[in-house]
Design a protein around this ligand. Sequence first.
Ligand code: NAP
Ligand code: ZN
Length: 343
Amino acid sequence: MRTTYAYTKAAPDTDLTLTQISRRDLRPDDVAIDVTYCGVCHSDLHEIDQGNTYPLVPGHEFTGVVTAVGSSVSRFRVGDAVAVGNIVDSCGTCPMCEVGQENYCTSFPTLTYGGTDRHDGRPTLGAYANEYVATEGFVYHLPGNLEAPAVAPLMCAGVTVWEPLKRWEVGPGKKVGVVGLGGLGHLAVKFAHALGAHVVLFTTSAAKGEGAKELGVDEVVVSRDAAAMEARSGQLDFILDTASAAHDLTPYLRALKLDGTLCSLGALGSMSFDPLALLVGRKSLASAGSGGRRGTQQMLDFCAEHHITAEVEVMPARQVNEALARLRRNDVRYRFVLDMHQN
Ligand code: NAP
Ligand code: ZN
């Protein structure tokens, strides 16, 4: 076993503390990665606040540098700059994997943390850590023209919004709504704008309005204003809902045009809506989770070409509990990224 240090939640009602953990010895197709930057995803916070598996090491969108490679690794060499997202393995043979949607692997993809390694059966521990060991097939080259800290959030937040934007053909002539301007939402805005769509932001935070325009938002709607919501009825082709807390979907379904789709990515467990709002206008309610390898690479190529990265506030890793507390109260523009070399 290899050992490294990680910010670990050891028991309920405790902060994360720096703890020694073990990583597997390299298998032939593994690479060892010195983690440089790790984004703080709201899913980390959900797991910290509501999970019940310990020890928990969060972190599933990160960059790093390869420090060792297994005997059969062909795509990476020691010293390569890399990035990894929230899936680190899959069965590779099911219909989902065959079409490049490893994120929907029918025997469940191996999650970067909170999962179970499909070869040795050990629980996976995430990248709020100094080292991560991953199968090379789920490791990506860092685009050479982009800054590592701002790439880290692309690996979960980015690909999670990228795949639905592509699936529902967001582009010129389309009016697209984005609900929530956080980690996922601000990248959805940047992508939709770069794809040529007209972007309408629905936010609970009126104060985010001006900054939103710089990201590519064309119109801002404060979603707590019922009259403003009503005024949007029947206008949008597609809405991507990234809000992290439970809310009623009905006003967003009403904001769609005939045959429009609302894709909900955020608080899935507690969805509510008026079925009549689906019926009137033949609307669809959809969802999606993460991205496959093909989509992830396509997104990275698009970001490199259009020079798109996340807006980040980099914090020393030792301030992880402060970053989590601020994320809990929606005080971030728009993604915290931990500098893992500052323990
Ligand atoms: P985030 O950075 O905290 O952003 C969430 C945004 O939701 C906030 O910025 C806020 O935007 C809005 N919001 C917060 N509280 C709200 C409330 N009470 N009602 C309505 N809106 C509220 O979170 P994130 O990292 O982008 O993640 C967003 C959600 O997606 C989380 O639930 C996360 O677990 C989930 N997620 C899903 C996947 C997937 O694969 N499906 C992947 C990653 C994350 P405004 O201030 O603009 O209102
Ligand atoms: Zn995430």
